[in-house]
Design a protein around this ligand. Structure first.
Ligand code: ZN
Length: 406
């Protein structure tokens, strides 16, 4: 199914005087470049300004020495419909997260919908409707233009392979968290994960204690047997398995290790460190698991980056990669890396005013969250100085094409 095209087109945009370019790729986290050229929403060139074709831009963004990174990807969210969540009766939460640098959100199931259907036809209908609605919402620029990849059905007992084939042909690409429905046994989950994978649908499993009354424990044995693509909230959502059990998941599986903000922070730190020690840092991806009982945290991904960089003592530029390029690769997304041909989804950052850090990366290493100075999605500026982060020390400025020609 073709994605709905964005209504606006960015035209040619030149981003210059970038002081620090974070690639999103943890193998080469910092690029030796000061300029990005965007055409019609895609990155066309990355390099030194003198080597880039910057002529004819209808908009120039002067970064004034600040940093850019790929837009942050929240690997674990629970959207319902529109920019509204019934979990804490809140409007505008997706737009608020965009002000926290998030440009893509992945649904782990539209489970907070009041009266969510649990019969198989209803499960499929909701998934298809949610996929369509969020795709259309992005095209209309609602929710800050954030790319909400939704339509993530929670599997129920009795589903057969044909159900997965039907959903896949209708555009469903994700499963909601396995374990939030009636399928909770490892052997039952494994069959459905395999059907989903065969039909191009990615799967995520709930890990740890029950999240809300009615959900159950999913322990390490169930997670390993189910073999879903993403070990969802490996640090619990909110209640974590023991560190010993989480180590078993790191060591015996090769699937994505998803660390969330609304989980156990101690296990988040220990898991990130263990993944580095095991030489599998590429598996670490970040999410919020919001909206949740703890609320909606528009700065959740930035807070998680600062937490892991400072407390697990992992270089900040690598941890930015956990929230961008790693997720892109583990989930086969086109966005999440600063690379020619990728969508121009970018967050513009600087150290927060009066941070004790020397610069952006050092401030994050010290545990401070950075200031967002601008967010761009598909080459279109969605916000300038964030209303939610502490103020960035310096922010980029926009120079419009008419000024350029004049
Ligand atoms: Zn969960």
């Amino acid at each position: 199914m073709a994605l709905a095209a964005s209504i606006e087109s960015s035209g040619k945009v030149v981003i210059r005087r970038v002081g620090l370019m974070l690639s999103g790729d943890i193998d080469q986290p910092i690029l030796d470049a000061d300029t990005v050229v965007v055409e019609d929403g895609l990155i066309r060139a990355v390099g030194a300004e003198k080597d880039c074709d910057t002529a004819g831009a209808h908009r120039v963004i002067d970064c004034r020495g600040t940093a850019i990174a790929p837009g942050l990807i929240d690997s674990h969210t629970h959207p319902v419909f529109g920019d509204w969540t019934p979990r804490q009766s809140q409007l505008g939460w997706i737009d608020a997260c965009m002000h926290g640098g998030v440009t893509t959100m992945i649904s782990a199931g539209e489970v907070h919908l009041p009266g969510r259907p649990k019969d198989i036809l209803g499960v499929k209908a909701l998934a298809i409707t949610a996929q369509r609605a969020f795709d259309g919402m992005r095209a209309a620029g609602v929710g800050g233009g954030v790319k909400v990849l939704a339509g993530a059905p929670v599997v129920e007992k009795g589903m057969v392979e044909q159900d997965f084939a039907e959903m896949a042909s209708a555009g469903v690409r994700l499963l909601g968290e396995i374990g939030l429905g009636s399928v909770k046994a490892g052997n039952e989950a494994a069959v459905m994960v395999a059907w989903a994978r065969k039909h191009g649908i990615q799967s995520t499993i709930h890990t740890g204690g029950p999240s809300i009354p009615g959900s159950g424990l999913i322990d390490e044995h169930v997670v390993l047997e189910a073999d879903a693509d993403v070990i969802g909230h490996v640090n619990g959502g909110h209640t974590s398995l023991s560190y010993r059990s989480v180590c078993m998941l790191c060591e015996r599986s090769t699937r994505a290790l998803e660390i969330v903000h609304n989980g156990n922070e101690r296990i988040a730190i220990l898991t990130a460190r263990h993944a580095v020690e095991l030489k599998c840092p590429h598996r670490v991806i970040l999410g919020t698991d919001a909206p949740a009982g703890s609320g909606v945290q528009p700065l959740g991904i930035l807070r998680l980056i600062a937490l892991i960089a400072s407390m697990a003592e992992i270089p900040a530029e690598i941890v930015f990669g956990f929230a961008t390029g790693n997720t892109a690769r583990m989930r086969s997304l086109s966005q999440g890396l600063i690379e020619v041909g990728r969508p121009a989804d970018l967050v513009f950052l600087d150290k927060a005013q009066h941070s004790a850090g020397r610069d952006l990366l050092n401030s994050v290493q010290l545990g401070d969250i950075p200031g967002v100075g601008m967010v761009m999605i598909d080459g279109i500026v969605r916000c300038q100085r964030s209303r939610n982060t502490p103020p960035a020390s310096e922010v980029p400025i926009i120079i419009e094409g008419s000024t350029l020609r004049g």
